[in-house]
Design a protein around this ligand. Structure first.
Ligand code: DP6
Length: 328
């Protein structure tokens, strides 16, 4: 057993994971497709030993490394206890985790955080898991979308059909270098989300969920072929429809969930205006108000210049496609 450090990226979904068919096994209602983000990473080190207690330290950009507390500690401990049981050990861990993006931006740190933690726990125990097994273990960490941060570049997470979840795993459909696609995260809301994704996944189903699921397989195929063909327009069109489908489902849940705010719509309108001028950029939003602008390098300067004129845009974070979780 050796101290091991893992760096893992967050990921942005073009086809979103929303809703579960099994809550315990974190089995999704639909497949999802994403890209790893180069500019939003978590670096986590892990060491096993005969200590009295687990130590879980966390550091956000510009802040001190502190012992994790509250919900963050509980979630991490749940993962650690699960892995400890799986490995059949009573050893304790020393974890140190650092995010390269600020805590308060509302960017989901859970995908990078939980993929880094899961991989660090196994690798430092010298447990050799295949990539497929590692994505399944990461899926079980609770943050399902984290499993897409394990493989490289552009990634599909299959929903699987088996009841035991053995065929619900993530795999790469194209390496990071295949396409230098940009995700410019446009931060308009620095507060924490009011309704967690976890809560959203289990909100009572509604008629719009059925409509969403009827179209999802064709959107997945369209997205995969757009990525393989490096066709930005094809990817952008399906990504925007897909984001609207997710937020319609959220708004039609009981009780409703409203993630988007006025600033989100302002950014969306700006992006549509840019397209009229031939600047190819598209938007998507996760469980929050911040906008992920999907574009290519050649359009980036004009996109950034237009968005920086919007008052409510507090920060922009540039990402290109990158590799999945790896040992440092
Ligand atoms: C809207 O349960 O994986 O981002 O709450 O960040 O752990 P966390 O997320 P998770 O749900 C992700 C929901 C989503 C869509 C997506 O990334 O596929």
């Amino acid at each position: 057993m050796t101290k091991t450090t893992i760096i893992a990226p967050a990921n942005i979904a073009f086809v979103k994971y929303w809703g579960r068919r099994n809550d315990n096994l974190i089995l999704p209602l639909n497949p999802s497709v994403s890209m790893n983000m180069s500019g939003c990473t978590t670096t986590t080190s892990c060491e096993w030993g005969e200590w009295e207690e687990d130590s879980i330290k966390i550091k956000f950009k510009g802040k001190e490394m502190v012992e994790a507390s509250g919900a963050a500690r509980e979630k991490a401990l749940k993962v650690i206890d699960r892995v400890r049981e799986k490995l059949g050990t009573k050893f304790r861990v020393r974890i140190e985790s650092e995010n390269n993006f600020p805590e308060a931006t509302g960017i989901a740190s859970s995908a990078s955080g939980f993929s880094a933690l899961t991989k660090a726990l196994y690798e430092s125990f010298d447990a050799s898991l295949s990539e497929k097994e590692m994505t399944i273990e990461t899926r079980l960490s609770g943050s399902g979308s984290a499993c897409r941060s394990i493989p490289d570049g552009f990634v599909v997470w299959d929903k699987g059909d088996n009841d035991d979840g053995s065929d619900s795993y993530a795999y790469s459909i194209a390496p990071a270098k295949h396409w230098e696609l940009v995700d410019l995260v446009c931060v308009v809301d620095i507060g924490n989300k009011k309704v967690s994704s976890g809560e959203g996944h289990v909100r009572p189903k509604n008629e719009y969920m059925q409509a969403r699921l009827r179209n999802i397989e064709s959107r997945v195929s369209e997205t995969i072929s757009a990525i393989k063909e490096k066709d930005l327009e094809k990817l952008g069109v399906v990504t925007e429809i897909e984001a609207m489908s997710l937020h319609t489902v959220c708004m039609m849940s009981e009780p409703p969930i409203f993630y988007l705010n006025g600033a989100t719509f302002e950014v969306m309108a700006t992006i549509r205006e840019l397209r009229k001028k031939g600047i190819m950029a598209y938007y998507t939003m996760d469980a929050g108000a911040n906008v992920h602008v999907i574009t290519e390098m050649q359009y980036l300067p004009e996109v950034k210049s237009a968005l920086s004129k919007i008052d409510k845009v507090v920060m922009m974070i540039e990402n290109v496609s990158t590799n999945g979780a790896r040992i440092l």
